[in-house]
Write a protein that binds this ligand. Sequence first.
Ligand code: UD1
Length: 424
Amino acid sequence: MQHEYILVKKSGPLQGQVTVSGAKNAALPILASLVLTSGVSVLKNVPHLTDIESMVGLLESLGAVITKDYAAGILVVDTTNIHRWKISEEMMQKTRASIVILGPLMARFQKADVAFPGGDMIGARPIDYHLKNFKKMGAEITEQGNVICLHAQKLTAQRFVLDYPSVGATQNILMAAVLIPGTSYIVNAAIEPEVMDLIGILTKMGAQISLEYPAALKIVGVEKLQPVEYSIMTDRLEVGSLLIAAAITGGNVYLPNACADDMELFLMKLEEMGHQIIHEAAGGIRLIASKNPQAVSFKTAPYPGIATDLQPLLMIAQAVSQGKCEAIETVFENRFLHVPYLQLMGAQMQVLGSHKAVVTGVKKLQGAVVVATDIRASCALVLAGLVAEGSTMVYGVSHWRRGYEDLDEKLRSLGAHIEFVKHL
Ligand code: UD1
């Protein structure tokens, strides 16, 4: 069997400019949302990632006809002949985000038979908030082994109150509610930029959605939604990853299509560390790294808090700064799986319980053989390799491919020494 790793060598300050790809976490629910329409829609700025291919395969298995031009970032999706509401276990296991097909299927067929989803190993990742609210909408839910069947006679508009602002549950309920007659509310809704991008396409299709105080989405059901042409937002998680790469290597990097509004707390933390963040007049963000960055404590939280996906990246930035800080993870309970590998590279990090780690900055990291356990951990380990003495071999390449479009190429264009290596 052939194996593959990412070989990273210590690199000088990253310098230059790169265009960031479209956001995977916006593209996935947006692809699912096309099930709400009948006809041909065009999606632009779609990143070419294995998670996207999995969602495309899932839609095709339902009867969608999809023309792919990944090089141009364009998918033309014809949903006219979608006739199935059952999804195979194999399809669901490919990506955790497949769960957001439930809402569109419930809206189109009032039934959906799916398996529990797969995805990253970060936390237990239950789907109780989703199921509880489909029940409230009128669905009968039965479980047979790993398969969940949702069947409803009729869906009814409700006031859905979420235990927690779950991104996936908000997207699922939203997509089911847009076609339910009457007015629905999602209270304690997630308002992540990726949720707002989904609202963007749904609105363009003809849905009536507004954001109301206090963090509630008001949805007035419409009879029908139209196919559309829509461009996916820029990936703020790739923006964060590139800014950290610039910060830790002492670089100067400009991302012309980055959107600062999507990540203000994260940018504030980089500034508190001493890095310079410049909002360029032409648009986008430039980071000029501090020569003497200070470690700062931070906490992840639902938007507008710091995204949990940026936690492993921010941790590596603290690991090579001066001083001591705390990283508090409030969103997932198992998101420090990258820590043992960073420790292996010489980082001083201590995990205290399931939500807290203490990081003490060190002057040097050493290259090592490490394994990525999820998408963002793969990036944190690659970035650690950029500042570690010698070579770092990062296994778990599939995670990188699930979440980052050509980021290796982009990093290389900024001066990073990084390449994929295959071996037996
Ligand atoms: C999405 C993102 C993921 C990001 C996360 C939080 C996609 C494809 N993935 O994941 O990258 O890290 O938002 O910003 O967009 N929970 C429950 N029960 C539920 C649903 C969630 O207990 O029914 C818990 C989860 O275990 C977690 C927290 O709620 O602790 C947040 O999860 P959620 O916001 O739902 O994350 P995802 O939508 O899965």
